[in-house]
Write a protein that binds this ligand. Structure first.
Ligand SMILES: NC(=O)c1ccc[n+]([C@@H]2O[C@H](COP(=O)([O-])OP(=O)(O)OC[C@H]3O[C@@H](n4cnc5c(N)ncnc54)[C@H](OP(=O)(O)O)[C@@H]3O)[C@@H](O)[C@H]2O)c1
Length: 254
């Protein structure tokens, strides 16, 4: 019986895959047989990840892309299709958060940047990529959202709004593209030990409070999110669409 988790001959793009959660997703997809495009703003950091994948026998190509620039997003999708002849898996992982504080104090500029990069860029990526998947008989889109989209906070409000919008984006695109066998899902991680969340886990008091509130009594690491992305990409998740998979050590149910 073929493995329900295999990604042989599938072509996958993962944005923001030079480190952290995106890196783990791209490495797990490659380990399961996908040909992967490693992408972030910095080519050299992506090249190091791609080299590691190739060393293990995988197929990886580097295509730098700043997701906030439409021309670069277009080049990423077109370049992938040119390189590999099509596209099956898109992981919208890169996101930004330039502001930490109450919504009452956020500038229009910071608000607009968060909405543009975390929502509109994902829409660009999806609108450009999904028709290629549909042309191959189907595909899978995974948007890396956050539990920040499920709950209120006093310091990450705009980020939370953008991540909640990603849930709605996934649900709507799942309805639009389901008839073409393209699935669209979100992952909502809790606190994960990456550069992005450094301010949270480096603060001893914040970390201790979070660990105490979390049923598993710890925060996560990127390799606890990567396999979820690889699972959602593949045949084992073929009847899952429009959903949010929460991976947070239980903090939102406690
Ligand atoms: N860590 C957490 O606790 C946590 C929790 C919930 C959700 N998330 C979500 O998980 C995703 C990944 O975050 P992470 O924690 O893995 O962060 P990370 O370790 O800081 O990695 C971020 C990645 O995105 C790239 N990137 C940043 N800005 C970009 C841009 N404008 N265009 C393209 N690539 C860009 C970075 O590379 P370059 O600098 O080379 O561009 C890097 O590869 C985000 O969507 C975040 O909201 C994280």
């Amino acid at each position: 019986m073929a493995s329900p988790f295999g990604l042989d001959n599938k072509v996958a793009i993962v944005t923001g895959s030079s480190r952290g959660i995106g890196r783990s997703i791209v490495e797990h997809c490659a380990a399961l047989g996908a040909k992967v495009v490693v992408s972030s703003r910095k080519a050299d950091a992506c090249e190091a990840v791609a080299a590691g994948i190739r060393q293990k026998g995988g197929d990886a190509t580097v295509m730098p892309c700043n997701i906030s620039r439409r021309g670069e997003v277009e080049a990423l999708i077109a370049g992938t299709v040119k390189q590999y002849g099509g596209l099956d898996i898109l992981v919208c992982n890169a996101a930004v958060n330039p502001y930490y504080g109450p919504l009452g104090g956020i500038s229009d500029e910071a608000f607009d940047k968060i909405m543009a990069s975390n929502i509109k860029s994902n829409l660009w990526l999806c609108n450009l990529a999904i028709p290629h998947m549909a042309a191959r008989g189907g595909g899978s889109v995974i948007i890396v959202s956050s539990i920040g989209g499920l709950r209120g906070t006093t310091v990450l409000g705009a980020y939370g709004i953008s991540k909640a919008a990603d849930f709605a984006l996934a649900r709507n695109l799942a309805c639009e593209w389901g008839p073409k066998n393209v699935r669209v899902n979100c992952i909502a991680p809790g606190l994960v030990k990456t550069d992005f969340a450094r301010a949270l886990w480096e603060d001893g008091a914040v970390l201790a409070r979070r660990e105490a509130e979390t049923p598993l009594r710890r925060i996560g690491v990127p390799d606890e999110i990567g396999p979820i992305g690889a699972f959602l990409a593949g045949p084992g998740a073929s009847f899952i669409t429009g959903q949010v998979i929460v991976a947070d050590g239980g903090v939102t149910i406690a």
